[in-house]
Write a protein that binds this ligand. Sequence first.
Ligand code: HEM
Length: 515
Amino acid sequence: MYTTIPPTCIAAIVGLGAHHGLFIHGEWHIQAPLILVSHLAGFSYVLLTIETGWQIISGYIVALFSSILIYRLFFHRLKHFPGPFLASATKIWHVCKSRDSRNHFSCKRCRRNTGIFEITVFHPDVFMAIDGPSSKCIKAEWYDLLHPNTGLVTTREKELHRERRRRWNRGFTPKALVQYKSKILAPIRQLDDCIRANIAAGQVSEVSDLTFWLTFDRMGEFVLGKSFDMLKNQRWHDIILLLQKAMSLLGPLSPTPWVVQIAFKLMPRVGVLSDWFTMVGWCENQIPDEMSSESILAHYLKHENPATDSHEALTGDSISAIVAGSEPTASALVGLFYELAKAPAQADKIRDEILQKGADIHDSNSLVRSCPHLEAAIFEALRLYPSIPSAGNRKTSSSEGITIAGIYIPPETTVVAPRFVIGRREDSFENADEFIPERWTTRPEMVRNRAAFAPFGTGSKSCIGRALAMNDLMLVTAHIVYHYQFQFPQGETGDSVFKDWSDNFTSTLGRLRLV
Ligand code: HEM
Protein backbone atom coordinates (compact mmCIF):
# COMPACT_ATOMS: atom_id res chain seq x y z
CA MET A 1 0.00 0.00 0.00
CA TYR A 2 1.19 3.45 -0.91
CA THR A 3 0.48 6.63 1.02
CA THR A 4 1.01 9.86 -0.87
CA ILE A 5 2.74 12.75 0.89
CA PRO A 6 0.48 15.83 0.66
CA PRO A 7 1.89 18.51 -1.69
CA THR A 8 1.83 21.06 1.15
CA CYS A 9 4.27 18.86 3.13
CA ILE A 10 6.53 18.54 0.12
CA ALA A 11 6.48 22.35 -0.25
CA ALA A 12 7.34 22.70 3.45
CA ILE A 13 10.27 20.31 3.03
CA VAL A 14 11.47 22.35 0.06
CA GLY A 15 11.18 25.51 2.24
CA LEU A 16 13.29 23.91 4.98
CA GLY A 17 15.76 22.66 2.39
CA ALA A 18 16.03 26.15 0.82
CA HIS A 19 16.94 27.58 4.22
CA HIS A 20 19.33 24.88 5.44
CA GLY A 21 20.83 23.90 2.10
CA LEU A 22 21.10 27.36 0.58
CA PHE A 23 20.26 30.60 2.32
CA ILE A 24 21.97 29.79 5.61
CA HIS A 25 25.34 29.69 3.80
CA GLY A 26 27.22 32.68 2.42
CA GLU A 27 25.90 35.97 1.11
CA TRP A 28 22.73 36.42 -0.97
CA HIS A 29 22.17 40.17 -1.16
CA ILE A 30 23.47 40.53 -4.74
CA GLN A 31 21.20 37.71 -5.87
CA ALA A 32 18.22 39.12 -3.92
CA PRO A 33 16.50 40.59 -7.04
CA LEU A 34 16.87 37.25 -8.86
CA ILE A 35 15.60 35.30 -5.86
CA LEU A 36 12.58 37.57 -5.55
CA VAL A 37 11.72 37.42 -9.25
CA SER A 38 12.19 33.64 -9.53
CA HIS A 39 10.02 33.07 -6.44
CA LEU A 40 7.29 35.33 -7.80
CA ALA A 41 7.45 33.55 -11.15
CA GLY A 42 7.36 30.12 -9.46
CA PHE A 43 4.43 31.12 -7.23
CA SER A 44 2.49 32.44 -10.22
CA TYR A 45 3.07 29.20 -12.11
CA VAL A 46 1.90 27.10 -9.15
CA LEU A 47 -1.18 29.27 -8.66
CA LEU A 48 -2.12 29.05 -12.33
CA THR A 49 -1.56 25.32 -12.79
CA ILE A 50 -2.48 23.67 -9.48
CA GLU A 51 -5.86 24.01 -7.83
CA THR A 52 -4.47 23.95 -4.29
CA GLY A 53 -1.59 26.19 -5.30
CA TRP A 54 -2.05 28.69 -2.49
CA GLN A 55 -1.73 25.86 0.08
CA ILE A 56 1.52 24.72 -1.49
CA ILE A 57 2.88 28.26 -1.51
CA SER A 58 1.81 28.83 2.11
CA GLY A 59 3.49 25.57 3.13
CA TYR A 60 6.74 26.69 1.52
CA ILE A 61 6.67 30.21 2.96
CA VAL A 62 5.65 29.19 6.49
CA ALA A 63 8.35 26.49 6.64
CA LEU A 64 11.05 28.74 5.20
CA PHE A 65 10.38 31.70 7.48
CA SER A 66 9.71 29.61 10.62
CA SER A 67 13.00 27.85 10.06
CA ILE A 68 14.82 31.17 9.61
CA LEU A 69 13.20 32.62 12.72
CA ILE A 70 13.84 29.61 14.96
CA TYR A 71 17.44 29.43 13.80
CA ARG A 72 18.07 33.12 14.41
CA LEU A 73 16.43 33.23 17.82
CA PHE A 74 17.71 29.98 19.31
CA PHE A 75 20.65 28.55 17.40
CA HIS A 76 22.57 31.43 15.86
CA ARG A 77 26.25 31.70 16.80
CA LEU A 78 25.70 35.27 18.08
CA LYS A 79 22.71 34.47 20.28
CA HIS A 80 24.81 34.95 23.46
CA PHE A 81 25.41 38.61 22.67
CA PRO A 82 22.97 41.03 24.31
CA GLY A 83 20.61 43.07 22.16
CA PRO A 84 16.96 43.83 21.50
CA PHE A 85 14.94 40.66 20.92
CA LEU A 86 13.44 41.81 17.63
CA ALA A 87 16.86 42.82 16.32
CA SER A 88 17.95 39.22 16.43
CA ALA A 89 14.85 38.15 14.47
CA THR A 90 14.91 40.54 11.52
CA LYS A 91 16.93 43.43 10.10
CA ILE A 92 13.64 45.15 9.30
CA TRP A 93 13.72 46.17 12.98
CA HIS A 94 16.90 48.14 12.32
CA VAL A 95 15.41 49.73 9.19
CA CYS A 96 12.48 50.95 11.31
CA LYS A 97 14.88 52.35 13.92
CA SER A 98 16.89 54.25 11.32
CA ARG A 99 13.95 55.29 9.13
CA ASP A 100 14.62 58.95 9.94
CA SER A 101 18.33 58.61 8.97
CA ARG A 102 19.47 58.83 12.62
CA ASN A 103 21.28 55.55 12.96
CA HIS A 104 24.08 57.24 14.93
CA PHE A 105 21.59 58.43 17.57
CA SER A 106 19.94 54.98 17.69
CA CYS A 107 23.36 53.38 18.31
CA LYS A 108 23.92 55.75 21.23
CA ARG A 109 20.48 55.06 22.73
CA CYS A 110 20.68 51.35 22.13
CA ARG A 111 24.28 50.80 23.17
CA ARG A 112 23.70 47.18 22.18
CA ASN A 113 23.66 45.05 19.11
CA THR A 114 21.45 45.96 16.22
CA GLY A 115 21.06 42.81 14.25
CA ILE A 116 21.52 39.24 13.25
CA PHE A 117 24.99 38.41 11.92
CA GLU A 118 26.10 41.77 13.30
CA ILE A 119 27.84 42.97 16.45
CA THR A 120 28.06 46.65 17.35
CA VAL A 121 31.25 47.33 19.28
CA PHE A 122 31.64 50.47 21.37
CA HIS A 123 35.12 49.71 22.65
CA PRO A 124 37.84 52.04 21.25
CA ASP A 125 40.04 49.04 20.37
CA VAL A 126 37.58 48.11 17.63
CA PHE A 127 39.21 50.30 14.95
CA MET A 128 42.57 48.57 15.24
CA ALA A 129 40.94 45.14 15.53
CA ILE A 130 38.97 45.48 12.29
CA ASP A 131 41.38 47.55 10.20
CA GLY A 132 44.80 47.13 11.84
CA PRO A 133 47.71 45.47 10.01
CA SER A 134 46.93 41.97 11.29
CA SER A 135 43.20 42.12 10.58
CA LYS A 136 41.68 39.71 8.07
CA CYS A 137 38.35 41.53 8.04
CA ILE A 138 36.87 42.67 4.75
CA LYS A 139 34.36 45.42 4.00
CA ALA A 140 30.83 44.24 4.79
CA GLU A 141 27.95 43.57 2.36
CA TRP A 142 26.91 47.23 2.40
CA TYR A 143 29.86 48.05 0.14
CA ASP A 144 28.23 46.19 -2.76
CA LEU A 145 25.90 49.16 -2.95
CA LEU A 146 27.16 50.37 -6.34
CA HIS A 147 27.33 46.86 -7.83
CA PRO A 148 28.28 46.38 -10.69
CA ASN A 149 29.98 49.81 -10.42
CA THR A 150 32.72 49.54 -7.80
CA GLY A 151 34.97 52.36 -6.67
CA LEU A 152 37.95 52.18 -4.37
CA VAL A 153 35.66 52.86 -1.40
CA THR A 154 33.28 50.06 -2.35
CA THR A 155 35.76 47.36 -3.41
CA ARG A 156 35.38 44.47 -0.98
CA GLU A 157 37.76 41.88 -2.37
CA LYS A 158 41.10 42.34 -0.59
CA GLU A 159 43.47 41.84 -3.50
CA LEU A 160 41.43 44.00 -5.84
CA HIS A 161 41.21 46.73 -3.21
CA ARG A 162 44.97 46.61 -2.69
CA GLU A 163 45.55 46.90 -6.45
CA ARG A 164 43.14 49.84 -6.84
CA ARG A 165 44.57 51.55 -3.79
CA ARG A 166 48.09 51.22 -5.23
CA ARG A 167 46.89 52.97 -8.38
CA TRP A 168 45.10 55.69 -6.42
CA ASN A 169 48.22 56.22 -4.34
CA ARG A 170 50.03 57.29 -7.50
CA GLY A 171 47.66 60.23 -7.66
CA PHE A 172 48.49 61.13 -4.05
CA THR A 173 52.27 61.40 -4.27
CA PRO A 174 53.76 64.46 -2.52
CA LYS A 175 54.32 66.03 -5.96
CA ALA A 176 50.72 65.49 -7.05
CA LEU A 177 49.44 66.74 -3.70
CA VAL A 178 51.32 70.02 -3.99
CA GLN A 179 49.42 70.64 -7.21
CA TYR A 180 46.01 69.64 -5.84
CA LYS A 181 46.49 71.37 -2.50
CA SER A 182 46.77 74.85 -3.96
CA LYS A 183 43.66 74.33 -6.12
CA ILE A 184 41.46 74.97 -3.07
CA LEU A 185 42.54 78.62 -3.06
CA ALA A 186 40.30 79.57 -6.01
CA PRO A 187 37.13 78.11 -4.40
CA ILE A 188 38.09 79.84 -1.13
CA ARG A 189 38.19 83.17 -3.01
CA GLN A 190 34.72 82.43 -4.42
CA LEU A 191 33.48 81.55 -0.93
CA ASP A 192 34.87 84.85 0.27
CA ASP A 193 33.02 86.70 -2.51
CA CYS A 194 29.74 85.03 -1.44
CA ILE A 195 30.26 86.01 2.21
CA ARG A 196 31.17 89.59 1.30
CA ALA A 197 28.11 89.88 -0.91
CA ASN A 198 25.91 88.60 1.95
CA ILE A 199 27.46 91.10 4.38
CA ALA A 200 27.02 93.97 1.91
CA ALA A 201 23.36 93.01 1.42
CA GLY A 202 22.84 92.61 5.18
CA GLN A 203 21.96 88.95 4.60
CA VAL A 204 22.58 85.81 6.63
CA SER A 205 25.23 83.42 5.23
CA GLU A 206 23.83 79.93 4.73
CA VAL A 207 26.97 78.19 5.94
CA SER A 208 25.67 74.68 5.22
CA ASP A 209 25.03 75.50 1.56
CA LEU A 210 28.29 77.40 1.16
CA THR A 211 30.46 74.64 2.62
CA PHE A 212 28.78 71.96 0.51
CA TRP A 213 29.17 74.08 -2.63
CA LEU A 214 32.82 74.64 -1.79
CA THR A 215 33.67 71.00 -1.21
CA PHE A 216 31.67 69.65 -4.17
CA ASP A 217 33.21 72.26 -6.49
CA ARG A 218 36.58 71.21 -5.16
CA MET A 219 35.92 67.51 -5.72
CA GLY A 220 34.43 68.10 -9.18
CA GLU A 221 37.74 69.65 -10.16
CA PHE A 222 39.77 66.99 -8.37
CA VAL A 223 37.91 63.95 -9.70
CA LEU A 224 36.52 65.02 -13.09
CA GLY A 225 38.75 67.99 -13.86
CA LYS A 226 35.93 70.54 -13.76
CA SER A 227 34.16 72.39 -10.98
CA PHE A 228 30.41 72.14 -10.44
CA ASP A 229 30.54 75.96 -10.27
CA MET A 230 28.06 76.14 -7.41
CA LEU A 231 29.90 78.91 -5.58
CA LYS A 232 30.19 80.89 -8.79
CA ASN A 233 26.52 80.48 -9.68
CA GLN A 234 25.45 80.61 -6.04
CA ARG A 235 23.06 77.71 -6.51
CA TRP A 236 23.04 73.93 -6.30
CA HIS A 237 24.07 71.97 -9.41
CA ASP A 238 21.20 69.73 -10.57
CA ILE A 239 23.35 66.59 -10.43
CA ILE A 240 24.48 67.26 -6.87
CA LEU A 241 20.87 67.76 -5.82
CA LEU A 242 20.01 64.39 -7.37
CA LEU A 243 22.99 62.81 -5.63
CA GLN A 244 21.90 64.20 -2.27
CA LYS A 245 18.33 62.99 -2.76
CA ALA A 246 19.60 59.54 -3.68
CA MET A 247 21.98 59.47 -0.70
CA SER A 248 19.01 60.05 1.61
CA LEU A 249 17.98 56.46 0.82
CA LEU A 250 21.10 55.17 2.53
CA GLY A 251 20.01 56.28 6.00
CA PRO A 252 17.01 53.98 6.31
CA LEU A 253 18.10 51.24 3.88
CA SER A 254 21.75 50.72 4.85
CA PRO A 255 20.92 47.95 7.36
CA THR A 256 19.46 45.80 4.56
CA PRO A 257 21.80 45.68 1.54
CA TRP A 258 19.46 43.12 -0.09
CA VAL A 259 16.61 45.65 -0.12
CA VAL A 260 18.96 48.17 -1.76
CA GLN A 261 19.83 45.61 -4.45
CA ILE A 262 16.15 44.80 -5.10
CA ALA A 263 15.28 48.48 -5.28
CA PHE A 264 18.20 49.34 -7.59
CA LYS A 265 17.76 46.38 -9.94
CA LEU A 266 13.98 46.08 -10.10
CA MET A 267 12.80 49.67 -9.67
CA PRO A 268 15.45 51.85 -11.32
CA ARG A 269 12.90 54.31 -12.68
CA VAL A 270 10.92 54.81 -9.49
CA GLY A 271 11.18 58.09 -7.50
CA VAL A 272 14.50 58.74 -5.83
CA LEU A 273 16.04 55.69 -7.53
CA SER A 274 15.59 57.29 -10.91
CA ASP A 275 17.48 60.35 -9.56
CA TRP A 276 20.31 58.03 -8.61
CA PHE A 277 20.54 56.53 -12.10
CA THR A 278 20.38 59.94 -13.76
CA MET A 279 23.34 60.94 -11.62
CA VAL A 280 25.23 57.71 -12.46
CA GLY A 281 24.56 58.29 -16.17
CA TRP A 282 25.87 61.83 -15.90
CA CYS A 283 29.09 60.64 -14.22
CA GLU A 284 29.52 57.96 -16.89
CA ASN A 285 29.28 60.60 -19.59
CA GLN A 286 31.92 62.77 -17.94
CA ILE A 287 34.63 60.13 -18.01
CA PRO A 288 35.75 60.02 -21.66
CA ASP A 289 35.72 63.82 -21.92
CA GLU A 290 38.31 64.34 -19.28
CA MET A 291 41.27 62.32 -20.51
CA SER A 292 43.41 65.35 -21.02
CA SER A 293 42.63 67.13 -17.76
CA GLU A 294 44.66 67.11 -14.58
CA SER A 295 41.97 65.26 -12.63
CA ILE A 296 42.72 62.16 -10.59
CA LEU A 297 40.49 60.20 -12.96
CA ALA A 298 42.47 61.33 -15.99
CA HIS A 299 45.59 60.25 -14.16
CA TYR A 300 43.99 56.87 -13.70
CA LEU A 301 43.02 56.59 -17.35
CA LYS A 302 46.52 57.43 -18.47
CA HIS A 303 47.69 54.29 -16.68
CA GLU A 304 44.74 52.19 -17.73
CA ASN A 305 44.71 48.55 -16.73
CA PRO A 306 41.98 46.62 -18.56
CA ALA A 307 41.89 44.02 -15.78
CA THR A 308 40.63 46.49 -13.19
CA ASP A 309 39.59 49.59 -15.10
CA SER A 310 36.29 48.71 -16.71
CA HIS A 311 33.99 51.63 -17.44
CA GLU A 312 31.88 50.52 -14.45
CA ALA A 313 34.93 50.67 -12.21
CA LEU A 314 35.79 54.18 -13.34
CA THR A 315 32.21 55.35 -12.90
CA GLY A 316 32.17 53.79 -9.44
CA ASP A 317 35.43 55.54 -8.62
CA SER A 318 34.24 58.91 -9.79
CA ILE A 319 30.94 58.73 -7.85
CA SER A 320 32.45 57.37 -4.67
CA ALA A 321 35.37 59.81 -4.77
CA ILE A 322 33.06 62.79 -5.24
CA VAL A 323 30.90 61.65 -2.31
CA ALA A 324 33.81 60.51 -0.12
CA GLY A 325 35.70 63.74 -0.66
CA SER A 326 32.93 66.35 -0.49
CA GLU A 327 30.40 65.54 2.20
CA PRO A 328 32.89 64.63 4.98
CA THR A 329 34.85 67.85 4.58
CA ALA A 330 31.66 69.93 4.40
CA SER A 331 30.17 68.40 7.54
CA ALA A 332 33.44 68.83 9.45
CA LEU A 333 33.37 72.54 8.50
CA VAL A 334 29.73 72.94 9.56
CA GLY A 335 30.47 71.25 12.91
CA LEU A 336 33.54 73.41 13.44
CA PHE A 337 31.87 76.75 12.59
CA TYR A 338 28.90 75.84 14.78
CA GLU A 339 31.24 75.28 17.74
CA LEU A 340 33.25 78.43 16.99
CA ALA A 341 30.04 80.48 16.83
CA LYS A 342 29.06 79.06 20.24
CA ALA A 343 32.53 79.79 21.66
CA PRO A 344 33.86 82.97 19.95
CA ALA A 345 36.86 82.94 22.32
CA GLN A 346 38.09 79.85 20.48
CA ALA A 347 37.87 81.67 17.14
CA ASP A 348 39.76 84.62 18.68
CA LYS A 349 42.43 82.22 19.92
CA ILE A 350 42.93 80.83 16.41
CA ARG A 351 43.08 84.34 14.92
CA ASP A 352 45.62 85.49 17.55
CA GLU A 353 47.73 82.41 16.88
CA ILE A 354 47.84 83.14 13.14
CA LEU A 355 48.73 86.78 13.76
CA GLN A 356 51.34 86.16 16.46
CA LYS A 357 53.12 83.42 14.53
CA GLY A 358 52.87 85.32 11.24
CA ALA A 359 51.45 82.20 9.55
CA ASP A 360 50.58 82.37 5.86
CA ILE A 361 46.86 81.62 5.56
CA HIS A 362 47.35 80.57 1.92
CA ASP A 363 49.83 77.85 2.80
CA SER A 364 48.73 74.83 4.83
CA ASN A 365 52.33 73.83 5.60
CA SER A 366 52.87 77.19 7.27
CA LEU A 367 49.60 76.76 9.23
CA VAL A 368 50.53 73.23 10.36
CA ARG A 369 53.95 74.45 11.52
CA SER A 370 52.69 77.52 13.37
CA CYS A 371 49.09 76.97 14.44
CA PRO A 372 48.56 73.97 16.73
CA HIS A 373 45.37 75.45 18.13
CA LEU A 374 43.83 75.66 14.66
CA GLU A 375 44.68 72.02 14.02
CA ALA A 376 43.35 71.06 17.47
CA ALA A 377 40.03 72.82 16.78
CA ILE A 378 39.68 70.79 13.57
CA PHE A 379 40.48 67.53 15.42
CA GLU A 380 37.87 68.39 18.00
CA ALA A 381 35.25 69.04 15.28
CA LEU A 382 36.15 65.72 13.65
CA ARG A 383 35.75 63.97 17.01
CA LEU A 384 32.38 65.53 17.87
CA TYR A 385 30.96 65.45 14.32
CA PRO A 386 32.49 62.38 12.67
CA SER A 387 31.92 62.43 8.94
CA ILE A 388 31.04 58.73 8.92
CA PRO A 389 29.12 58.52 12.20
CA SER A 390 27.99 54.90 12.34
CA ALA A 391 28.93 53.22 9.06
CA GLY A 392 32.13 51.64 7.78
CA ASN A 393 31.10 48.10 8.70
CA ARG A 394 33.57 45.27 8.39
CA LYS A 395 33.08 41.51 8.26
CA THR A 396 35.26 38.94 9.98
CA SER A 397 36.77 36.41 7.58
CA SER A 398 35.11 33.08 6.84
CA SER A 399 37.78 31.21 8.78
CA GLU A 400 38.79 33.53 11.66
CA GLY A 401 37.02 35.64 14.22
CA ILE A 402 38.54 38.56 16.11
CA THR A 403 38.95 39.32 19.80
CA ILE A 404 38.20 42.82 21.08
CA ALA A 405 38.76 43.65 24.74
CA GLY A 406 38.74 39.94 25.58
CA ILE A 407 35.49 39.19 23.75
CA TYR A 408 35.60 36.81 20.83
CA ILE A 409 33.59 37.68 17.73
CA PRO A 410 33.11 34.63 15.48
CA PRO A 411 33.91 34.35 11.75
CA GLU A 412 31.52 35.79 9.15
CA THR A 413 30.16 38.42 11.49
CA THR A 414 29.58 42.05 10.57
CA VAL A 415 31.29 44.39 13.02
CA VAL A 416 29.88 47.89 13.44
CA ALA A 417 32.05 50.59 15.04
CA PRO A 418 29.98 53.76 15.48
CA ARG A 419 32.41 56.69 15.58
CA PHE A 420 29.73 59.02 16.91
CA VAL A 421 29.36 56.98 20.11
CA ILE A 422 32.99 55.92 20.51
CA GLY A 423 34.31 59.47 19.98
CA ARG A 424 32.07 60.76 22.77
CA ARG A 425 32.92 58.15 25.41
CA GLU A 426 33.55 59.79 28.76
CA ASP A 427 36.15 57.14 29.64
CA SER A 428 38.10 58.16 26.52
CA PHE A 429 37.63 61.94 26.63
CA GLU A 430 37.04 64.08 29.70
CA ASN A 431 33.89 66.20 29.24
CA ALA A 432 33.40 64.22 26.08
CA ASP A 433 30.43 66.15 24.69
CA GLU A 434 32.23 69.49 24.95
CA PHE A 435 34.31 71.27 22.33
CA ILE A 436 37.70 71.65 24.02
CA PRO A 437 40.53 71.94 21.44
CA GLU A 438 43.05 72.27 24.28
CA ARG A 439 42.77 68.52 24.92
CA TRP A 440 44.90 68.08 21.76
CA THR A 441 47.51 70.67 22.83
CA THR A 442 48.01 71.96 26.37
CA ARG A 443 45.66 69.58 28.25
CA PRO A 444 46.57 66.09 27.01
CA GLU A 445 45.20 64.54 30.23
CA MET A 446 41.72 65.23 28.79
CA VAL A 447 42.35 62.53 26.20
CA ARG A 448 42.07 59.33 28.20
CA ASN A 449 42.18 56.89 25.30
CA ARG A 450 43.56 58.10 21.95
CA ALA A 451 42.34 54.91 20.23
CA ALA A 452 38.78 56.27 20.38
CA PHE A 453 39.71 58.97 17.87
CA ALA A 454 39.83 57.59 14.33
CA PRO A 455 38.07 60.15 12.12
CA PHE A 456 39.91 59.00 9.00
CA GLY A 457 39.92 55.29 9.86
CA THR A 458 42.96 53.09 10.29
CA GLY A 459 45.15 50.92 8.10
CA SER A 460 44.82 49.91 4.47
CA LYS A 461 41.16 50.95 4.17
CA SER A 462 41.59 54.32 5.86
CA CYS A 463 40.96 57.64 4.13
CA ILE A 464 43.25 58.09 1.18
CA GLY A 465 42.32 61.79 1.04
CA ARG A 466 43.34 62.58 4.62
CA ALA A 467 46.18 64.95 3.69
CA LEU A 468 44.01 66.75 1.17
CA ALA A 469 41.11 67.00 3.64
CA MET A 470 43.32 68.41 6.42
CA ASN A 471 44.85 70.85 3.91
CA ASP A 472 41.40 72.10 2.89
CA LEU A 473 40.08 72.26 6.45
CA MET A 474 43.12 74.25 7.64
CA LEU A 475 43.02 76.72 4.73
CA VAL A 476 39.26 77.33 4.77
CA THR A 477 39.10 77.71 8.56
CA ALA A 478 42.15 79.98 8.74
CA HIS A 479 40.78 82.18 5.96
CA ILE A 480 37.32 82.62 7.51
CA VAL A 481 38.48 83.04 11.10
CA TYR A 482 41.22 85.48 10.07
CA HIS A 483 38.91 87.71 8.02
CA TYR A 484 35.57 87.49 9.83
CA GLN A 485 33.92 87.48 13.22
CA PHE A 486 30.64 85.59 13.13
CA GLN A 487 27.66 84.68 15.30
CA PHE A 488 24.20 83.15 15.05
CA PRO A 489 21.52 85.43 13.59
CA GLN A 490 19.31 87.22 16.12
CA GLY A 491 17.03 84.72 17.88
CA GLU A 492 18.83 81.62 16.58
CA THR A 493 20.95 79.18 18.59
CA GLY A 494 22.23 76.94 15.81
CA ASP A 495 20.90 73.92 17.74
CA SER A 496 19.45 72.40 14.60
CA VAL A 497 23.00 71.58 13.49
CA PHE A 498 23.01 68.76 16.04
CA LYS A 499 19.27 68.05 16.27
CA ASP A 500 18.79 67.66 12.50
CA TRP A 501 22.02 65.76 11.91
CA SER A 502 21.30 62.88 9.55
CA ASP A 503 23.39 59.80 8.98
CA ASN A 504 23.28 58.67 5.35
CA PHE A 505 26.60 56.78 5.52
CA THR A 506 28.22 60.23 5.51
CA SER A 507 27.02 62.91 7.93
CA THR A 508 24.76 65.74 6.89
CA LEU A 509 24.54 68.15 9.79
CA GLY A 510 21.50 70.37 10.26
CA ARG A 511 21.27 73.86 8.83
CA LEU A 512 23.84 76.41 10.02
CA ARG A 513 23.26 80.13 9.41
CA LEU A 514 25.69 82.80 10.54
CA VAL A 515 26.05 86.56 10.31
C1 HEM B 1 37.15 65.65 6.78
C2 HEM B 1 37.27 64.97 5.67
C3 HEM B 1 37.28 63.47 5.56
C4 HEM B 1 37.02 62.51 6.49
C5 HEM B 1 36.68 62.70 7.97
C6 HEM B 1 37.16 61.23 5.84
C7 HEM B 1 36.99 60.01 6.48
C8 HEM B 1 37.11 58.79 5.84
C9 HEM B 1 36.91 57.52 6.48
C10 HEM B 1 36.53 57.30 7.93
C11 HEM B 1 37.12 56.57 5.53
C12 HEM B 1 36.96 55.05 5.71
C13 HEM B 1 35.58 54.72 5.18
C14 HEM B 1 35.20 53.29 5.26
O1 HEM B 1 35.63 52.59 6.17
O2 HEM B 1 34.39 52.88 4.43
C15 HEM B 1 37.44 57.22 4.31
C16 HEM B 1 37.72 56.57 3.13
C17 HEM B 1 38.00 57.22 1.95
N1 HEM B 1 38.12 58.57 1.75
FE1 HEM B 1 37.91 60.01 3.15
N2 HEM B 1 37.47 61.43 4.53
C18 HEM B 1 37.58 62.79 4.32
C19 HEM B 1 37.90 63.41 3.14
C20 HEM B 1 38.26 62.79 1.97
C21 HEM B 1 38.71 63.44 0.77
C22 HEM B 1 38.92 64.95 0.61
C23 HEM B 1 38.87 62.48 -0.17
C24 HEM B 1 39.27 62.63 -1.62
C25 HEM B 1 40.33 62.91 -2.06
C26 HEM B 1 38.56 61.21 0.44
C27 HEM B 1 38.60 59.99 -0.19
C28 HEM B 1 38.41 58.78 0.43
C29 HEM B 1 38.48 57.51 -0.26
C30 HEM B 1 38.76 57.31 -1.74
C31 HEM B 1 38.24 56.52 0.71
C32 HEM B 1 38.23 55.01 0.49
C33 HEM B 1 39.59 54.46 0.86
C34 HEM B 1 39.71 52.98 0.67
O3 HEM B 1 38.72 52.25 0.73
O4 HEM B 1 40.85 52.51 0.46
N3 HEM B 1 38.20 61.44 1.74
N4 HEM B 1 37.43 58.58 4.51
